[in-house]
Design a protein around this ligand. Structure first.
Ligand SMILES: Cc1cc2nc3c(=O)[nH]c(=O)nc-3n(C[C@H](O)[C@H](O)[C@H](O)COP(=O)(O)O)c2cc1C
Length: 309
């Protein structure tokens, strides 16, 4: 996780890496320094943390059905993992019923779901923790069985055998998607805006936009899945446009200093690829840098697809 500018006399953040856990006695001093930094407070934009151990977003598929509603099981799970002044990023929450890749994933598009998330937030806050909601549109990574018959959408119509979806009938190849028209994109931005508003009503401390993992926003960023010839395809500026518009909409609700964005520049999960990842992600980092976000959350290069090297 790359954090925003330190505030209020705090220190630079340390990247948590398994190598640190393997520090030998010759590296005891380094380990002690790391320990001191890891457990030092920091501000992530407007979110105050007492330490820097952050729980990564992890889909658990435990929402109540029907309705993709977070229930008491989820409140118990997140409450168990909360620590005083620590941050949890929730599992991805779909912003519309047509945009899920997994049966059992929770949503953030109904009032009942907001009530369910309130229970999760309260459980984390009761232990002094902070929690941000990860906003998710799965794009082409979906199936008509998950979307009540709606055909999945993406940047371009590029079906892939590598894209698999978890349905009530087991793992199935994704339903071939259609391309979103430019006219539909304001509606997508609006879905993020409304989801951000619902997250605020539920009492979260902020929101994280999922632009990683081969899902919708990543499908626009990377040219393996974006072959558009309009203002949302071609140049890096055009491919980043939807993410920038979404970030702007979510920041309008929360203030940029309570918004994070997750990207996976080296990811291959869900059949995502780009011919020049350095140029698109260099541009994305620079463009997001203009917002003054709470943080930029980057999945490390060692993760290839589903596998950790
Ligand atoms: C079971 C499982 C569920 C996950 N769910 C999500 C998710 O909902 N959102 C997300 O951004 N990443 C998700 N991830 C990715 C993890 O947050 C994490 O990035 C990945 O395991 C690699 O670890 P690292 O980022 O510490 O290198 C999931 C990973 C696993 C194994």
């Amino acid at each position: 996780m790359t954090f925003g500018a330190p505030r209020k006399g705090t220190h630079e953040v340390v990247l948590i890496h398994r190598r640190l856990l393997l520090a030998s006695t010759t590296h005891t001093y380094l380990a002690m320094q790391t320990h001191r930094t890891l457990f030092a407070p920091i501000w992530l934009g407007a979110i105050e943390l007492a330490h820097r151990v952050v729980m990564a977003p992890l889909t658990r598929l435990r929402s109540m059905q029907p309705g993709d509603i977070p229930g008491s099981l989820m409140a118990e799970y997140y409450g168990q993992r909360a620590s005083d002044g620590g941050l949890i990023v929730t599992e991805s929450a779909e912003i519309t019923p047509d945009a899920s890749a997994y049966e059992g994933a929770p949503g953030i598009y109904t009032d009942v779901q907001v009530g369910g998330w309130r229970g999760v937030v309260d459980a984390v806050h009761a232990r002094g923790g902070r929690i941000v909601l990860q906003l998710w549109h799965s794009g082409r990574v979906s199936h008509m069985k998950l979307s009540a018959g709606v055909v999945p959408v993406g940047a371009s119509a590029i079906p892939s055998d590598e894209v698999q979806v978890f349905t009530a009938n087991g793992i199935l190849p994704a339903t071939p998607n259609r391309a979103l028209s430019a006219d539909e994109l304001p509606g997508i931005v609006d879905l993020y805006h409304r989801a951000a508003e619902r997250a605020k009503i539920a009492g979260f401390d902020g929101a994280e936009i999922l632009a990683a993992g081969g899902y919708l926003l990543d499908q626009f960023l990377q040219n393996g899945t974006n072959r558009r010839t309009d203002r949302y395809g071609g140049t890096v500026e055009n491919r980043a446009r939807l993410l920038i518009e979404v970030t702007s909409a979510v920041a309008e609700v929360w203030g940029a200093d309570r918004v994070g964005v997750r990207i996976s520049p080296s990811g291959t999960f869900n059949g995502i690829s780009d011919s020049e990842p350095e140029s698109i992600f260099d541009h994305v980092a620079g463009a997001l840098g203009q917002f003054g976000l709470a943080y930029l959350h980057v999945i490390e290069p060692r993760v290839r697809g589903r596998f950790d090297s």
